[in-house]
Write a protein that binds this ligand. Sequence first.
Ligand SMILES: CC(C)(COP(=O)(O)OP(=O)(O)OC[C@H]1O[C@@H](n2cnc3c(N)ncnc32)[C@H](O)[C@@H]1OP(=O)(O)O)[C@@H](O)C(=O)NCCC(=O)NCCS
Length: 186
Amino acid sequence: MIAASRLARSRSLPEIEYRELRETSDFAGFVCGDSEIDKWARLHALKHHDSKKHLVTVAAFDDAPEQVIGFYALSIVVEKVSNLGGDVPFFAFQDATRCPCLQLSYMAMQKSLQGLEQGTLVLANVIRTFARLGSEIGIPALIVMPGSERARKFYSERGGFEPYAKGSGLFMPLRFAMLTVDAAVD
Ligand SMILES: CC(C)(COP(=O)(O)OP(=O)(O)OC[C@H]1O[C@@H](n2cnc3c(N)ncnc32)[C@H](O)[C@@H]1OP(=O)(O)O)[C@@H](O)C(=O)NCCC(=O)NCCS
């Protein structure tokens, strides 16, 4: 549970807006504590987004819309159905052993804002995007390969993610994402 002081700090933050990455988005002051992610954000995010290799969404305070305080990057990958618990319904048109998945390739929050539940809100945004894209174009699972034990705990504790049958990945079935989004709308 979030402590009272952190809750107060979290509530005093300006509104956070999400938008697709654009040329004017500024990563210069962005540090999440994982140097590999920081480097990818600064050097590759825009290039990958423009070439459609990743769909990059950035979070910024509404009073400083170009200054990135968090982001996530999604890409399409092909995964073995057997890794996804065998219960991920997908109409396989060629190879029934593999299916396309949405991969949460990167997700990070500015270090000074970590621990204020902002990462949980970014993840909720990821789930909304997955529910929309997944149902529109038929993607049965969102997958993530946590970069550390702490990150693994972050995803596991927020519900909806299940461990791969084999390997260190986690996956969320589309039906969970759709139910979550429907429940939030009701
Ligand atoms: C993971 C991350 C996006 C979570 O954002 P956040 O705003 O700190 O998240 P919340 O405040 O909603 O939730 C706090 C939880 O996040 C996790 N967390 C906090 N700091 C973290 C860090 N540096 N690395 C990984 N997980 C972290 C912990 O599980 C924490 O729970 P706890 O306080 O009970 O230990 C953010 O910490 C981050 O950017 N970490 C570095 C990059 C990273 O690991 N990304 C995921 C790669 S797969």
